[in-house]
Design a protein around this ligand. Structure first.
Ligand code: CA2
Length: 145
């Protein structure tokens, strides 16, 4: 089983700024944790982060070309704006899990709108970085059944 963990704009700053909202773990820490869960389950995870919308779209297209089974996706700020990313993920028909470190429903009103939640297999919002692990466990579980 092959899973892409895709992270959108500014998430490269994790662990360096706004720790009160996003915690102290870096993307590398998250990657290490997920790789361990993946190895324990004979699953391959690969990671990609970009600040550019078109690069995230290209990563979704590449996931289709390389037979990725599911995507764990934190679209970050694009969650609330990007019809183009929604179209990309619909086009490839790869099941995906939406992750937000913070709880997008208990912040500013503009964060309550997600272009992804109605098409995601499941949404993990407000679980901190543990949300990525929960999403990976769910993806693995769904592949097995
Ligand atoms: O809670 C989440 O995971 C978000 O997707 C994060 C986005 C935000 O726009 C969404 O509404 C919710 C922002 C990512 C910014 O990441 C930073 C991390 C550390 C320091 C500064 C920004």
């Amino acid at each position: 089983m092959k899973i892409l963990v895709l992270n959108g704009p500014n998430l490269n700053m994790l662990g360096m700024r706004e720790e009160d909202i996003y915690g102290s773990e870096t993307l590398d820490d998250i990657e290490a944790k997920l790789k361990k869960t993946a190895n324990d389950n004979e699953c391959e995870v690969y990671f990609y982060q970009s600040n550019a919308e078109h690069e995230l779209i290209d990563a979704i297209h590449s996931a289709f070309e390389n037979d990725t089974d599911s995507i764990i996706f934190n679209p970050a700020g694009y969650t609330h704006t990007s019809v183009a990313l929604r179209d990309a993920i619909l086009a490839v028909k790869i099941p995906f899990y939406e992750v937000h470190i913070s709880d997008i429903n208990s912040r500013e009103d503009f964060r309550k709108k997600s272009y992804f939640s109605d098409i995601a297999e499941k949404v993990f919002s407000g679980h901190g970085t543990e949300g990525y692990v929960l999403a990976l466990e769910e993806a693995i579980k769904n592949k097995k059944v």
